[in-house]
Design a protein around this ligand. Structure first.
Ligand code: NAD
Length: 462
């Protein structure tokens, strides 16, 4: 797609205040594929003003009509799905098939789910002698990362619009092109001017200006824990609503009764997909000591099969960071059984699919989020030990449990301190609440729980 050279504010593409631009680079060949404006605090202010002006009209629009606009938006995304996939592949580096299935497919499913929810959700309820109205929170500042660039935009914009909120989006600087495509789709879908606005720009400039803008009622942020902590602090100081979707270091717990080959193969695929840049990836595989060696062998073979099929990571900084973690794993005494820190090919920001065995809980690679194609395999003695290791990080975003008997897996999952657990390879559900325990975040996205984040209650007594 061709990059827009303006910002989408108040229903039109408008020139940015400054001439500065951000280069968009294809991580597979390191070539510049476009430039977008680097918005500043004044651009953010214009967008927030537009969103505030549009708020009363959109909040008063009947939910069924808001749902109809979201259905139209879903239809535009469907019509432009090949362009979406190609754009994400160009700016993120994901293999095209993965972009088609996930980077284009998931946002379509989520937009569709909110088209339906807007029309069917009970925005009013009776509680004794009261009527409780669920009203939009107001103007939403949405700040999103690059790893699932369109999914994360839609997971915020769709429920916000369904709730009757208006939105200013600041997408990640590495993946602004699909955000521009989304703004075009919103326009094509007939969403009124000012209801959705896009400001591209740098995080510490445009992102921070949006998070701290007094005209924003709710900040919804997905990204690193470090930035999330700052945004949470400034929102707290301003007594502003905040939703944070942050990092993860999730456990894939393989109980002794599990189908080991299946659990290991699905586990490796989960970590390697999107080149390991998935916040909910199960990057710590936990295996009972009696089956440990067999699991390591299976995982090494599964990772080796990825070879050249894996895409690059998003940029040079990320590549250096991931390779640094691999070097640290070796230095701290973990055993490399697949991959390694060396570059598999050039140009492109590639990292080899890597598996570490003999990983202990105290190692950096067992505790910190690597955000690359790196799996760690830890050994446990018994179920209590497995639970202690699974819960032994500051994060709690996702996880998996495998067992011969589903009830056994569920009993274990109920004791995990985490927001989502896949049982014996359970499938993605776009209606299930997604979000973190502990330092993985505050609030939930998707489905009715995601919609509720954008609503506040007013009760009338009779
Ligand atoms: P990041 O925190 O650097 O950036 C995320 C967004 O915040 C970008 O749009 C960026 O421009 C903006 N930003 C940066 N500094 C800012 C500031 N000072 N004020 C306001 N905005 C600012 O994270 P990233 O590197 O883009 O993404 C990777 C991280 O995101 C990983 O840690 C990953 O786990 C996490 N993540 C979490 C989820 C989830 O749902 N929990 C989903 C995807 C990614």
């Amino acid at each position: 797609m061709k990059a827009q050279d303006g910002m989408y504010i108040d229903g039109a593409w408008r020139p940015a205040r400054s001439q500065e631009t951000i280069a968009v680079v294809n991580p597979a060949d390191e070539q510049v594929i476009g430039r977008v404006p680097a918005g500043d605090a004044q651009d953010v202010d214009s967008a927030v003003r537009a969103a505030r002006a549009a708020l009363p009209g959109w909040a008063a629009t009947p939910p069924a009509e808001r749902g109809a606009r979201l259905a139209a938006l879903r239809d535009v995304l469907v019509a432009r799905k090949d362009e979406i996939a190609e754009t994400v592949t160009a700016e993120l580096g994901a293999p095209l098939k993965f972009s088609e299935a996930v980077h284009a497919g998931a946002p379509i499913a989520v937009a569709g789910s909110y088209a339906e929810l807007a029309a069917t959700y009970a925005f009013e309820e009776k509680v004794g002698n009261s009527t409780v109205y669920l009203e939009p929170v107001g103007v939403v500042g949405a700040i999103t990362p690059w790893n699932y660039p369109l999914h994360q935009i839609v997971a915020k914009a769709a429920p916000a619009l369904a709730a009757g909120c208006t939105v200013v989006l600041k997408p990640a600087e590495d993946t602004p092109l699909v955000a521009q495509l989304f703004a075009e789709a919103v326009h094509e879908a007939g969403v009124p001017a000012g209801v959705f606005n896009l400001v591209t720009g740098l995080g510490p400039v445009a992102g921070q200006a949006l998070a701290e803008h007094p005209g924003v009622d709710l900040v919804s942020f997905t990204g690193s824990t470090a930035v999330g902590r700052r945004i949470g602090a400034s929102a707290g100081a301003a007594v502003k609503r905040v939703a944070l979707e942050l990092g993860g270091k999730s456990a894939n717990v393989i109980l002794p009764s599990a189908d080991l080959a299946k659990a290991v193969n699905v586990g490796v695929a989960n970590v390697m997909s999107n080149s390991g840049q998935t916040c909910s990836a199960w990057t710590r595989m936990l295996v009972h000591r009696d089956r440990y060696d067999e699991a390591v062998e299976l995982a090494a073979a599964a990772a080796a099969k990825y070879g050249d099929r894996i895409g690059p990571v998003v940029n040079d900084g990320q590549r250096r960071r991931v390779r640094g973690y691999i070097e640290k794993g070796v230095a701290e005494g973990a055993r490399l059984v697949a991959g390694g820190p060396d570059a598999p090919r050039a140009p492109g920001y590639y990292v080899r699919p890597t598996v570490f065995a003999d990983v202990t809980e105290d190692m950096t690679i067992a505790q910190e989020e690597i955000f690359g194609p790196v799996l760690t395999i830890l050994r446990y003695e018994d179920e209590e030990d497995a639970l202690r290791i699974a819960n032994g990080t500051v994060y709690g975003l996702a996880g998996a449990v495998w067992a011969g008997d589903e009830a056994e897996a569920v009993a274990f999952a109920r004791r995990m301190e985490t927001g989502q657990v896949d049982i014996n390879g359970g499938r993605f559900n776009p209606l299930a609440p997604f979000g973190g325990y502990k330092q993985s975040g505050v609030g939930r996205e998707l489905g009715t729980h995601g919609l509720a984040e954008y609503l506040q209650t007013k009760s009338l007594q009779f």
